[in-house]
Design a protein. Structure first.
Length: 252
């Protein structure tokens, strides 16, 4: 690199005050935005697997659905199991595992529901599913296959554009940082973009193969660490950076 390029690019302490103030404001709002993004991720994914907190299992369920079958099956094996004898719950489960025809429903399933369930599930309470007819029961017999392709397309393009924009701005700010090793500085700038790519690709791949759920989890963590690192270094150097006496401080 020629000396002109080296000396023409300012470090944080050489920036005009207006730019320092602008960068500080951007960092503050980005930081707040990131915190809300984390809360959002938690709200959407925590506890899908029945355990508190966000785990790889929660992520896998979100993208590929739950293997435990339909809500109706989970309910009669779980919280509603005391409402009916085992033989009747076996009848319902075997219907769920066939083609779930309306004919078989009316003949075998509806009578069970009417005796055991509709005292509560008659539609009068909007918070619990209505089990009085085939049409109504359908809402609890859809197999959970995770997020739909349409939704994935939408959130993929929003995240790719949105996150690339955020990290482009973060990287531009961070480019004024004094980092002794140029390769390290470049790696820190590259990492979040690699993480965005891995993250979004793994959403799709998790639908096909479960283990990619781990990559979603890891790339999310990598993005967070990159963000925190660039944020802290930039904020610190913006206001407190002084060139150590024994160094020639230029942007490498
Ligand atoms: C005494 C009242 C009562 C009876 C009888 C009853 N349930 Fe429920 N059921 C509830 C309540 C209350 C909820 C909501 C709270 C919960 O999810 O535990 C619920 C929730 C459900 C859900 C939704 C679970 C979910 O995924 O949110 C299903 C499905 C269900 N019941 C099926 C049945 C079936 C099938 C029967 C009959 C074998 C039955 N219930 C009998 C009160 C009842």
């Amino acid at each position: 690199m020629n000396s002109y390029a080296q000396y023409s690019y300012p470090l944080f302490n050489q920036l005009p005050a207006s730019l320092k103030v602008l960068y500080t404001m951007v960092l503050l709002i980005f930081g707040l935005g990131y915190i809300f993004a984390m809360v959002q991720v938690y709200e959407v994914h925590a506890g899908r697997d029945g355990k508190p907190g966000v785990s790889v299992q929660d992520i896998q369920i979100a993208y590929r659905g739950s293997n435990s079958g339909t809500r109706l099956e989970s309910a009669i094996n779980g919280p509603m199991s005391s409402m009916l004898p085992a033989s009747e719950s076996a009848t319902i489960v075997s219907w769920l595992h066939t083609d779930m025809s309306e004919e078989a429903f009316n003949k075998e399933i509806l009578p069970i529901l009417e005796t055991r369930c509709t005292a509560c599930h008659d539609g009068s309470n909007p918070h619990i599913p209505n089990l009085t007819s085939f049409e109504n029961v359908k809402t609890v017999t859809v197999v959970d296959t995770g997020v739909s392709v349409g939704t994935l397309v939408r959130v993929s393009h929003i995240h790719l554009f949105g996150l690339a924009f955020i990290f482009a701005f973060m990287g531009l700010i961070f480019s004024h940082a004094y980092v002794r090793r140029i390769w390290l500085k470049n790696v820190i700038i590259i990492l979040p973009f690699a993480a965005i790519f891995l993250d979004v690709m793994s959403w799709w791949l998790t639908k096909v193969a479960e283990p990619f759920g781990y990559i979603i989890f890891a790339s999310g963590a990598l993005m967070g660490v990159s963000f925190a690192f660039q944020w802290c270094v930039s904020m610190y150097q913006l206001w407190f950076f002084k060139c150590p006496d024994d160094e020639v401080c230029v942007v490498p």
